[in-house]
Design a protein around this ligand. Structure first.
Ligand code: C5P
Length: 233
């Protein structure tokens, strides 16, 4: 039997960087919350079997969905850092999602994920023992700054990529990597960073630049535009 594929969405953030009191995953764009766009993009993919969301313990906004797109949608309680929320979700997955299951970790605040990117990510991650992530090469010139925002140097960018989500790894390997980072007191900012610490080299899969993470009000306006335009883009 081919291993199962599940999505994990850390959605326990309080969105403090955005300002305002609504956590960003619950901000609305094109008629529904960002987290609903993210879930529907994942669960409408034919190869994804279900999703686990990690929510803040006292989250009053979660609408209580138990399925979307005809697939199971489970919830658990997240943790203090994004990586803690991902680890909680990995532990909470059903037992029939084995250690060799492919887990796609995706930010709840990335609403504009397209099916073609998912196809390529799943194909490549399935073929690579070390897993794979979506990303894009850095296209801007990079400057190193001092504390006064004055340029100190121009950095070579040819080998640099931006890391997006989803990030796809085997359940067992990712759980072990995140546990190891936590035990070492290291806050990893994405799943690949935890895997890299284990000495493996996940594949970079070039994805669409408009798979944006909503962080600022300007991002929300851009997300609204992209989502309203839909797959025509
Ligand atoms: O704040 P940032 O943009 O890094 O958040 C990325 C994702 O991680 C968001 O979907 C957010 O809800 C989630 N998160 C979480 N638990 C935390 C912090 C962030 O699930 N403790």
């Amino acid at each position: 039997m081919t291993p199962r594929i599940w999505a994990v969405l850390p959605a326990a953030g309080r969105g403090t960087r955005f300002g305002g009191e609504v956590p960003k995953q619950y901000l609305e764009a094109a008629g529904k919350p960002l987290i609903a766009h993210a879930l529907d993009a994942l669960l409408s993919h034919p190869r994804i079997d279900g999703a686990m969301v990690a929510l803040a313990a006292d989250d009053p906004r979660w609408p209580g969905w138990t399925s979307r797109q005809g697939k199971p949608l489970l919830r658990c309680t997240g943790g203090g850092e994004r990586a803690d929320s991902v680890l909680a979700a990995l532990h909470a997955l059903p037992t029939d999602v084995g250690d060799d299951a492919l887990i796609l970790v995706h930010d709840a605040a990335r609403p504009n994920l397209r099916g073609a990117d998912l196809d390529r990510l799943i194909d490549i991650a399935s073929a690579h023992a070390d897993g794979a992530i979506l990303g894009a090469p850095v296209r801007d010139t990079l400057k190193r700054a001092d504390a006064d925002a004055r340029i100190v140097a121009t950095e070579p960018r040819s080998a640099l990529w931006r890391a997006f989500t989803p990030q796809a790894f085997r359940r067992g390997a990712l759980t072990a990597a995140l546990e190891r980072a936590r035990a070492a007191g290291i806050v990893v900012t994405d799943e690949a960073m935890a895997m890299e610490r284990m000495g493996v080299h996940p594949a970079l899969v070039e994805g669409r630049e408009d798979n944006l993470k909503v962080t600022t009000p300007a991002d929300l306006a851009l997300a609204e535009y992209l989502l309203a335009r839909g797959s025509a883009g």
